[in-house]
Design a protein around this ligand. Structure first.
Ligand code: DX5
Ligand code: ZN
Length: 218
């Protein structure tokens, strides 16, 4: 089953609680939460204090994507605010293996993210320990960008490595996902589809979520 993870970055922040409830009732599985520090990416989004109040009101899996230079500093706060999964960039300043082990020590899942320009070889050493690998299919920082086609090959490569090695990480893709790009990613072996603008910029979010789920679960 493909997991659908709408990205909160494209939600209406003035109406956050209702927006998150709406996508949960529409059939979303995860809530993708983009934390940006204005250094690692040229944009500032929000921190743990913004999604913490929603935690007790939502049954979605909270999937926190940290686009920050020094993720280690924030792990405890991100966990305390209710994260179920935290992914950290291999391009960050911290040792990702150590950060992932710290995340997992709190009893939640830890994963690694790679930017479009970063090859799979850069994350090879952490593949045996991660629960999730997030393939960025746009340059991180903003919603609403176009899908970078070479991401499909990366997903396939990660799926091949997983099959050959017996690793059990889930593969997630983030950026430019819609009904067409999602299909190519699922064929290549992706497990989790992050979708921001495709879901939230629609008058019928339920239809968008269901179209991603239906198209990709046959
Ligand atoms: C981009 C973020 C994404 C973003 C995706 O830096 O990591 O999660 O919200 O937005 P769309 O689906 O609109 O490309
Ligand atoms: Zn993201």
């Amino acid at each position: 089953m493909t997991i659908i993870a709408p990205s909160m970055l494209s939600a209406d922040f003035g109406n956050l609680q209702e927006e998150i409830k709406e996508i949960e009732l529409a059939g979303a599985d995860f809530l993708h939460i983009d934390v940006m520090d204005g250094h690692f990416v040229p944009n500032i989004s929000f921190g743990p204090m913004v999604y913490k109040p929603i935690r007790s009101k939502s049954n979605l899996v909270f999937d926190c994507h940290l686009m920050v230079e020094e993720p280690r500093k924030y792990i405890k706060d991100v966990v305390d605010a209710g994260a179920d999964i935290i992914t950290v960039h291999i391009e960050s300043n911290d040792d990702v293996e150590e950060v992932v082990k710290e995340i997992q020590s709190y009893g939640i899942k830890g994963g690694v993210v790679l930017n479009p320009a970063t090859p799979i070889s850069a994350i090879e050493s952490v593949l045996p320990i991660v629960d999730q690998v997030l393939v960025m299919s746009v340059v991180p920082g903003f919603g609403g960008q176009s899908f970078i086609d070479s991401s499909v090959d990366k997903i396939k490569e990660l799926d091949d490595i997983r099959k050959a090695s017996g690793y059990d990480y889930l593969i997630e893709v983030d950026g430019g996902i819609n009904s067409e790009t999602s299909k190519r990613c699922v064929e290549a072996g992706v497990d989790i589809l992050v979708a921001g603008s495709y879901v939230f910029d629609s008058d019928n979010r339920k239809a968008r979520i269901q179209s991603l789920a239906e198209k990709n679960n046959n």
